[in-house]
Structure formats: structure tokens, C-alpha cells
Design a protein around this ligand. Sequence first.
Ligand code: FAD
Length: 321
Amino acid sequence: MAVGVQQAIVVGAGVSGLTSALCLAEAGWSVRVWTAAMPQQTTSAVAGAVWGPSAIEPVAKTLAWTERSLHEFRNLAKDPDTGVRLAPALSVAESPADGGMPPGVELIPDLRPADAADLPEGFRVGFRATMPMIDMPQYLDYLTKRLAAAGSEIELHPVRSLAEAADAAPMVINCTGLGARELAGDDTMRPRFGQHVVLTNPGLEQLFIELANPSEWTCYFPHPQRVVCGGISIPDRWDTTPDPEVTDRILQDCRRIEPRLTEAAVIETITGLRPDRPSVRVAAEQLGRARCIHNYGHGGDGVTLSWGCAREVARIANGDQ
Ligand SMILES: Cc1cc2nc3c(=O)[nH]c(=O)nc-3n(C[C@H](O)[C@H](O)[C@H](O)COP(=O)(O)OP(=O)(O)OC[C@H]3O[C@@H](n4cnc5c(N)ncnc54)[C@H](O)[C@@H]3O)c2cc1C
């Protein structure tokens, strides 16, 4: 590492780690990324993924981070090589939500009611919008390349403690997702199991999300080469073995909504554990002589929050107000 340049180690190479590393490296820091799993083997690679606001704690901050990420994803969508695209979206519900619209909906670009005639059978409410949709394997490759161009490499280097990283650099960024349960001694971290069935794309452009049911719903995200179909969420399940019954249910529901998926071939079934926490943790603490900035606990919203949280990490690291 060059003398005089501020040095940091980012632990974790999912979307939080790569984006945090990038924000620091592009701000002139000398950054190394240490990880137990390379980007394509992380939970981040499993995500659908769509940008979208949700009211997770701390709500005022997460909405500001969501807005920040929207700005970044809109710019990234100008270059198809990033894997980010601004996609037409249809979200539907069986009935109007109790208590009106959730916080943050005003951030969603082009949000408007859908014509009742366009809704699939069984749904009485629908919205159209334009939403950033992120093809995660391609996007993680893009971030990796951009990080390399900024002078940072990703090293396969699992750590037993954050102190191990603190021995090697005066600034440690903890982006270990569920790994923070052990590394930060944070037993509020819990897994939330998810499963996707990935199909070939028969020519779909519009993403589809069923709102309302927090444990099982229907969604599909059509990327150029594949359609990612879901969804399911099982709290406290650590086992990542795909469930064949869930696969069948996802296929049946998605094909009912979009009959063109009946002709699409199944490529693979993928699973991941959302790194849940009662509130997202982006905060600094002293770690011996080093400083540690935590950036974990994003649950089902880590892609949405990634740029906002990473910019916050860089702001704290740079001591900016
Ligand atoms: C099915 C599914 C669908 C989802 N859909 C969406 C979506 O549409 N939109 C959205 O915003 N989010 C979505 N999410 C959530 C999103 O995927 C996560 O919030 C996000 O990936 C978390 O990223 P992360 O980088 O914090 O953690 P991870 O991707 O889990 O990365 C953690 C990193 O830390 C490393 N690590 C852990 N322990 C150690 C250690 N001891 N030493 C070194 N390295 C370590 C790991 O190897 C890994 O590299 C979805 C998740 C799932 C499972």
C-alpha cells in the first residue's frame, strides 16, 4: 500500500462490501476486500433484484439511503453492461392496503394506478411504475471490475474476528451480513430463507410483484438472459437446501400470472438467507487502535440500500459532517 494513503480493509464481498469498497477506493483510499465467499457465492448473488422502498428501521435513514441508491441505479442503467435496467413494473394486491400507502412510495418513479382490465385474475388493486431492476450476477461482476479499476482486489480471506482485520489496517468496514452474528457478537442477526427458480426468458420485459403477503407471494424479474421467479420468506431457517414443493408452487403461480413462462426452461433453483436485523446497522466503533464501521443487517433490502449505506460508510470514514 502506498505511503500516506489511508488504508482500509472491507470484510465481505456481497453487494454491501463491494459498494462500500468502491466508494472508499474511488475517494482515494487504499482498499483491500477480505471475504469468506467470493461475490458470486454470496446471498447478494441470489437476490431478484429490484430496487424498492420499504419501511425498515431506522426508517428516516433507510428512506434517505433508498433515495440515494435510486439516483445511482438510474445512472448505472444508462450502461447495459452494469446489469442494471429501468424496467416497467406491475405490482398487484388482492385488496387495498389497510392504512393507505406505506412510507417511501413517493420515491417510486412513474407510480400510477394500473387499469383494472390489466390485472391478473384474483387481484383487485394494481400499480404501474418504472423501477431499477438489477441482474445480480452481472452487477456483482461489474462492481468487481470497477473495484479492480480503482486499484482494489478481492481476497479469499475468511476472518475469525474483526480484530484480525484491525491488526492489518487502521480502518475496518464490516460488511459480513449474517456473519456479523459471530463477528460483531450480534445475536439480533437472524436468517430469513429465500428461494428463487430461474428460467430462460421467453421475451418478458415487465417485472411483476404481488404485494401484501410477507411469507409467500408471486414475483418475477425478467433479465435479458433469465427470469428470476419467487418468492418466499421463512424466518429463522438456516437450512439452504432448495425445497421442491416451493419450486413447484413458484412455477405454478408465476406461470398462471404469465403463461409465456410455461414455455420457459428451468435453469436452476437458488436459495439464500436474508441477513435480518431489527434495524440496519451503519455505525462506527473503536476496535483497539483501529476504527470499525459496521454496514450490515439489510434483510430483504440490501441491494436497494447498498449505495446509500456505502456513501454513509465513506462519509463516516472521511470524517465528513
Ligand atoms: C431470495 C432473495 C431475494 C432478495 N431480493 C432482494 C431484492 O429484490 N432487493 C433487495 O434490495 N434485496 C433483496 N434481497 C436481500 C439482499 O440480497 C441482501 O440484503 C443483501 O444481499 C445483503 O448483502 P450483504 O453484502 O450485506 O451480505 P452478503 O451478500 O451475505 O455478503 C456477506 C459477505 O460477508 C462475507 N463474510 C461473512 N462472514 C465472514 C468472515 N468471517 N470472514 C470474511 N468474510 C465473511 C461473506 O463471505 C460475504 O462475502 C434478497 C435476498 C434473498 C435471499
